[in-house]
Design a protein around this ligand. Structure first.
Ligand SMILES: Cc1cc2nc3c(=O)[nH]c(=O)nc-3n(C[C@H](O)[C@H](O)[C@H](O)COP(=O)(O)O)c2cc1C
Length: 149
């Protein structure tokens, strides 16, 4: 089996997204991800994107390169893991997460503020470590078969 990899990033939009353009972005991403066996989720709030992507290493690398070149946003903080043993979100070609869903598990503020904080404070020791960040993503994955989506 080809090795799995995943990436988690926070980016800021370079152009203003609205409901329609966001919907188009997610729709296209879901189609493409289906073709490449990529799974994960995308979350948008206050001009920022927060995305988790997983799949075969090559597919994840290719997508990450495309995401870095995509002028519609700018990646601020990115954490890459090429030691993924099993997919966290096998059922989501790109889950379009909504705020109220994340609020339910008090996930959103913690993770997004943390990624922003790391950026601003340049990896401050107060910032939670990468493995704790991945644990949060695992917690979110735990909810994927409930009423999150
Ligand atoms: C916030 C954001 C998230 C995106 N997510 C995906 C995605 O999950 N899958 C995907 O194929 N393209 C996604 N895209 C689009 C890619 O950046 C890129 O436009 C697309 O993969 C085509 O890349 P290419 O021109 O290098 O072939 C996303 C773009 C943005 C701005």
């Amino acid at each position: 089996m080809a090795p799995l990899a995943c990436v988690l990033y926070l980016s800021i939009e370079n152009e203003s997204f609205n409901e329609t353009s966001l919907h188009q972005l997610v729709y296209k991403a879901q189609e493409e991800n289906k073709n490449h066996g990529v799974t994960g989720f995308l979350y948008y709030k206050q001009n920022h994107f927060f995305q988790y992507v997983e799949g075969n290493q090559l597919d994840v690398n290719n997508l990450l390169n495309s995401l870095k070149k995509d002028t519609r946003h700018k990646i601020l903080e990115c954490i890459y893991d090429d030691q993924l043993h099993a997919r966290r979100f096998p059922n989501w070609n790109m889950g379009d997460l909504k705020t109220n869903q994340l609020m339910q598990i008090k996930f959103e503020d913690l993770i997004i503020e943390n990624l922003l904080y790391r950026k601003v404070r340049n990896n401050s020791p107060i910032a939670i470590e990468n493995h704790n960040l991945w644990k949060l993503i695992d917690n979110l994955a735990f909810f994927q078969n409930s009423d999150l989506q």
